[in-house]
Design a binder for this molecule. Sequence first.
Ligand SMILES: [Zn+2]
Length: 224
Amino acid sequence: MKQEIIPSVLSENNPPQPSDQGCCCGDDECCSVAPETDTRTAGELSDSVYALLEGLGEDPKREGLLKTPERVARSLRFLTRGYTENPEELLKNAVFTETYDEMVVVRDIDLFSMCEHHLLPFFGKAYVAYIPDGKIVGLSKLARVVEVFSRRLQVQERLTQQIRDAIQNVLNPKGVGVVIEARHLCMVMRGVEKLNSVTTTSAMSGQFITSQSTRSEFLRLIKP
Ligand SMILES: [Zn+2]
């Protein structure tokens, strides 16, 4: 028996919180961040954005840009809120003893991250699988681990490995497989301009490395 789960919502346990001050762009969720989960100072960040606008040759005092520094600061805090959460702790809180020992696959996990080289988004899908060894984890937590690591400045290669390692460390399963397919705006919008290029990375452990049939089964299960 193979178990294949398609998560409906990535962050059902952690929906975006409405912002206290609302949002100048008219979408309350776009710049929102739960204040209690993020103690970084907004002031310094918005000052930096102000300086950035000046550096670009813009006039931060013109009407359209008046609230941009604060708005961008809040947006950036939201997009990097993964620094305030510990993925392994998050997994530990949802571990159950279970004898199920076939592959568990969660596919099509939406992923939004920021490339640390250009501070531009990359986004796509993650596919996460593991083979339990006496312990299973709540399925939504696998998607949450992807989310927490994604909401930091990243390179796709490291992101893929971090997801694998967190699951491996907490569950100590017979193996973990992670595949990420993503499009990078730094490739699409800058010089290279490869509009449809998709970058694929994978990170495996245990039976996903030692057993060709396990690896093939995983790759077959995540095919569209
Ligand atoms: Zn980049």
